[in-house]
Design a protein around this ligand. Sequence first.
Ligand SMILES: *Cc1c(COP(=O)(O)O)cnc(C)c1O
Length: 397
Amino acid sequence: MRYGKNAGKGTLSVWGGEESAFAERSTQVPVFMGVAHAYEELDEWIDVSLGKKPGHIYGRNTNPTVRVFEEKVRLLEGAEAATSAATGMGIISSVLCSLVDPGERVVSIKDTYGGTTVLFQEFLPRQGVTAALCDTTDHDAIEEEIAKGCKLLYLETPTNPTIKILDIERLTKAGHKAGAIVVVDNTFATPINQNPIELGADLVLHSATKFLGGHADALGGVVCGKAELVKKVYHYREINGAALAPMSAYLLLRGMKTLSLRINRQNENALAIARFLEAHPSIDRVFYPGLESHPGHTIARRQMRGFGGMMSFSLKGESLEAANRFLRRLRLAHKAANLGAVETIAGVPATTSHVECTAEERKALGIPETLIRYSVGIEDVQDLMDDLAQALNGPGL
Ligand SMILES: *Cc1c(COP(=O)(O)O)cnc(C)c1O
């Protein structure tokens, strides 16, 4: 082994899953584009097909490049097993469809990722599965809902776009007491900042499209945790066909080599920017768990090693037009729907996470129309602050 049992996240980001030599002694993971693997002996073919022998058969099931990606995430999350999908939603829908049966119940929160909320409200009910979506800030209410009985407890923290924090350890205990499988969407925190499995969760999943890949050039999703559960998710995913493409797995792996470096930089940049914005007269509120003023700060301090690169802030004033004026002046950011990349990205919930909602619905969710979602990149923090300052100091805010 190239590293010890207690190797740090930086070492695992670089070497995890890549410890042994690849074909032709390549130091880098080869991209296996072939959809099938050939066998001359039927005995061996059968053994590999049945999983009695290691190996690969067909690309919708497994692929060697994809396998390395799953292994790297598994090591970073400290999990028993991992499997992947073409996108974050591909893995989330596979988890929910493979682990919950008709007549069973899911407990979750109102602030899950938009696509996940659609699964809970539109698609799971069609399969006879009900989802109770609780107020994200009310832990007592969530525990009460869990105690009524549920097959699966689905958590996400920090949340999108108002960066709320759930106490993973507390809710996991409540979930396990009710006999539920506990799943955590760890996309915003990344395994550098938070490891839900250490806090008791059974499964942890990611949209690898975001921070894991980090370069906004590949879609992907991954889940890891208890082997028996991962096996069920994998079995569903090999049949629904949402397999991660080998080239995407390669891009994600290449991005992940700098995961620890990037996330630590994004943690630092985001905290400095949050403090700067909190003191700015044109800003109404800043939502960032690293700020002492954040209602989830104490929990975040306990369960996170860093507070992440995601924040949001609301401008003084009410209208979407004020947000539009601000965004037009902001230069050092893509105005785009994604997040978690090396470049800073800004948007508003009305065009990103809550595009399906009406203005009234956003208001009911506590999302101000002038809320700016700001995914902090790895640029020099002074340049980002200068850019924010000039955009905030312009007319019409
Ligand atoms: C983007 C995102 C997803 C969905 O991932 P895709 O790769 O876009 O399918 C799920 N959860 C969170 C928290 C996300 O930010």
